[in-house]
Write a protein that binds this ligand. Structure first.
Ligand code: DP6
Length: 324
């Protein structure tokens, strides 16, 4: 029998209501629901081929051979579902702007889930793919879909998956990514969020605040109310980072330039009447939510103030697709 060689593409996503904390660390069941926007500009292409002649899994990332340990853990789930035991060759390429460090576990595990499941002979629905991608990295559950996506937190493997809110967006919005530092993060999101769950005295207040954020942001999206959507996203991100500051040991992801860019976004919004809102994940880069009509203006203002920083604008992006 000839082996199936499957290539899948998945785009990364940025959460407007963040996932920050696990209820189950093995199955990756979150403590709170989240909502994201899939981006057009940043994606991962992954090719998987199971081959009975291989004696171990092989992993190539951007042309370089890497340790397959994490990939093997994930492929074991796929092998178990498919009832096969062959090892696989996994070849992954991250497409990000030249110097960017936005290589993300979201697009990586969504592409791997799609390619590996199909190459193993499984024919999974998007819902099943979302659950599978979640096992690799929580945020990957949302990268199965394009546009606005909600990850329903659920309470076990079967009930925790993402659903599309609006896939083909007719809303002319996007994000500017400010690349403050493309190095590896100081503290992984996995470690950071676990420290927070275990030690922040504010953690239960965070979880309680999420229902309102999710409800209100979905209404804002439906009504095309950019201001309310941006305000919720910005405030939700700052509450997530407040958890980090309040845990023990305390930590933060900001660099001096991250804070300067956040201040500048507020300044442009207040004094130059351009609607723009920031959000920040487990790293120093700043993502700025804006409308497409304002993107050029905003980019030139930011570039004048921060000539040393690389800014790139991206529109909303699509869900997973197979390239062969
Ligand atoms: C701040 O999905 O990378 O980006 O499930 O441990 O792999 P693991 O974490 P990951 O965490 C993402 C955290 C975040 C917020 C978000 O994307 O919702």
């Amino acid at each position: 029998m000839t082996n199936l060689r499957v290539t899948a593409r998945a785009h990364t996503n940025i959460a407007l209501v963040k996932y920050w904390g696990k209820a189950d660390t093995d199955l990756i069941i979150p403590q709170n629901g989240s909502l994201s926007l899939t981006l057009d500009h940043f994606y991962t292409d992954t090719t998987v081929e199971f081959d009975s002649k291989l004696t171990t899994d092989q992993f190539i990332l951007d042309g370089e051979s890497k340790s397959p340990v994490k990939i093997t853990n994930f492929l074991n789930i796929v092998r178990q579902k498919a009832g096969i035991n062959s090892f696989a060759k996994v070849d992954s390429v991250n497409h990000v702007p030249s110097t960017a460090g936005l290589a993300s576990s979201a697009s990586a595990y969504a592409a791997l889930a799609a390619a590996a499941s199909k190459a193993s002979g499984l024919n999974l629905s998007h819902k099943e793919l979302s659950k599978l991608a979640r096992r690799g990295s929580g945020s990957a559950s949302r990268s199965i879909y394009g546009g606005f996506v909600e990850w329903i937190k659920g309470y076990n493997d079967d009930t925790s998956y993402a659903v599309p809110i609006e896939e083909d967006l007719d809303w002319k919005i996007g994000m500017i990514v400010a690349m403050v530092n493309s190095d590896k993060k100081k503290i992984s999101s996995r470690t950071g969020m676990q420290t927070v769950v275990n030690t922040s005295p504010f953690y239960s207040a965070w979880v309680e605040s999420i229902d309102d954020d999710l409800r209100n942001i979905k209404v804002a999206i439906k009504n095309r109310d950019f201001k309310t959507m941006g305000e919720i996203a910005e405030s939700n991100a700052m509450r997530m980072h407040a958890l980090n500051l309040s845990s023990s040991p305390h930590f933060n992801y900001f660099e001096p330039l991250s804070i300067e860019i956040m201040d500048t976004v507020e300044d442009i919004r207040t004094n130059e009447q351009i609607e723009c809102y920031y959000t920040v994940d487990a790293g120093p880069n700043i993502k700025i939510l804006c409308q497409q009509k304002d993107a050029d203006d905003l980019l030139s203002k930011l570039r004048v103030r921060f000539p040393q920083i690389q800014f790139s604008f991206t529109k909303p992006g699509p869900g997973i697709k197979y390239l062969n």
